[in-house]
Design a binder for this molecule. Structure first.
Ligand code: SF4
Length: 65
């Protein structure tokens, strides 16, 4: 599964970057998926980060990049 952040929804809590720093970073006031980590959507900690994102901005989608 792919993981991405919908910047139009993210309100910049930075929780994703704190929770899974290997996959998410905090840049310019938004959560971002680190380069090369878009294929991390199957990782349980990434799925947990998506569930706990307060704005539901983390998208998990089927398929590859
Ligand atoms: S946890 Fe959600 S709202 Fe917070 S920075 Fe990450 S994507 Fe944005």
């Amino acid at each position: 599964m792919k993981v991405s952040v919908d910047r139009s929804v993210c309100y910049g809590s930075a929780e994703c970057a704190h929770r899974v720093p290997a996959v998410f970073a905090f840049e310019d006031g938004y959560g971002v998926v680190r380069p090369g980590r878009a294929e991390s959507g199957d990782r349980p900690e990434v799925q947990e980060a998506a569930e706990k994102c307060p704005s539901q901005a983390i998208r998990l989608t089927a398929g590859t990049a």
